[in-house]
Write a protein that binds this ligand. Structure first.
Ligand code: PHE
Ligand code: ZN
Ligand code: ZN
Ligand code: ZN
Length: 261
């Protein structure tokens, strides 16, 4: 499985920072910085050959969007789903929370499109709107899935806050023992310590757990600028995000049955 380089994720982080700066200092639901973030992600995915959907919803009188991307290979009845929330709080541009997870999932998807491994299962990627207002976008997506579509989703992996500076140990969600073990094994092979974390209902994996999907995810170390104005590009380290993205790609490729080559 591929090693995702720091410079590739740094490009996305810089774009999210620029979008925040150009749009009143945030990328929050209902603000122009959110829509610009969604357009950036969708543009990259479209150019790489993904089948993308911009799913709109309304919350607090404002339109929000989820970006969904399918890689058109593998059994569509068996979906491996990776996701991250794309919105920030209104206080700042949200570079760790959650441009980091958005960049990690985006670069994982783009790496898939570049390397084109043969996969047995369908890989799907989601960027959620209005997470900060109560998981609104991911709950909307999950609620609109027909029952047959729900059972096709075999795994959902969440990436929320994966870029904290000075990260020494990675938090692995404890929701599913088998998935947790796969993340632990990935990090152990790289000599990186992990700890179990219970994010409970505080991020978008909860929307998928709520419809019966096995879920997990990872998060980096302590964030001193959590939900603050100082959660800018200087609050994140691209190398940390790349480490998270490499873990994402490793599990995604393995779960989708990618042929090694
Ligand atoms: N970033 C989430 C939020 O602000 C909460 C969270 C905390 C997620 C810790 C992962 C780890 O909504
Ligand atoms: Zn609402
Ligand atoms: Zn948050
Ligand atoms: Zn978050």
């Amino acid at each position: 499985p591929p090693q995702i380089p720091a410079d590739a994720v740094q490009v996305h982080l810089q774009q999210f920072q620029s979008i925040g700066t150009a749009n009143g200092g945030n990328r929050a639901h209902g603000r122009p910085g959110y829509r610009a973030s969604a357009d950036y992600v969708k543009g990259k995915l479209d150019a790489a050959g993904f089948t993308t959907t911009l799913q709109s919803f309304t919350h607090n009188g404002a339109t929000g969007w989820n970006v969904i991307a399918d890689w058109p290979q593998g059994d569509a009845n068996q979906v491996v789903f990776l996701g991250a929330h794309l919105d920030s709080v209104a206080a700042g541009p949200g570079l760790n929370d959650n441009a980091s997870g958005s960049a990690a999932v985006l670069e994982t998807a783009l790496t898939l499109a570049r390397t084109k491994p043969t996969v047995q299962k369908r890989l799907r990627f989601g960027w959620w709107g209005a997470e900060e207002l109560g998981l609104i976008g991911s709950k909307y997506y999950a609620s609109r899935l027909p029952a047959a579509e729900r059972t096709r989703i075999k795994t959902y992996l969440n990436f929320d806050m994966v870029g904290a500076k000075n990260t020494t140990t990675w938090g692995v969600y404890t929701d599913n023992a088998a998935l947790r073990q796969q993340f632990d094994a990935h990090f152990r092979a790289k000599g990186i310590p992990t700890r179990g974390v219970n994010i409970a209902g505080r991020s978008d994996h909860a929307s998928f757990a709520g419809i019966g999907v096995p879920v997990s995810g990872i998060t980096s170390g302590n964030d001193p600028c959590y939900h603050q104005r100082c959660d800018t590009i200087t609050n994140v380290t691209a190398g940390v995000v790349a480490t998270g993205a490499t873990a994402a790609a490793d599990l995604a490729w393995n779960l989708a049955g990618a042929a090694r080559r």
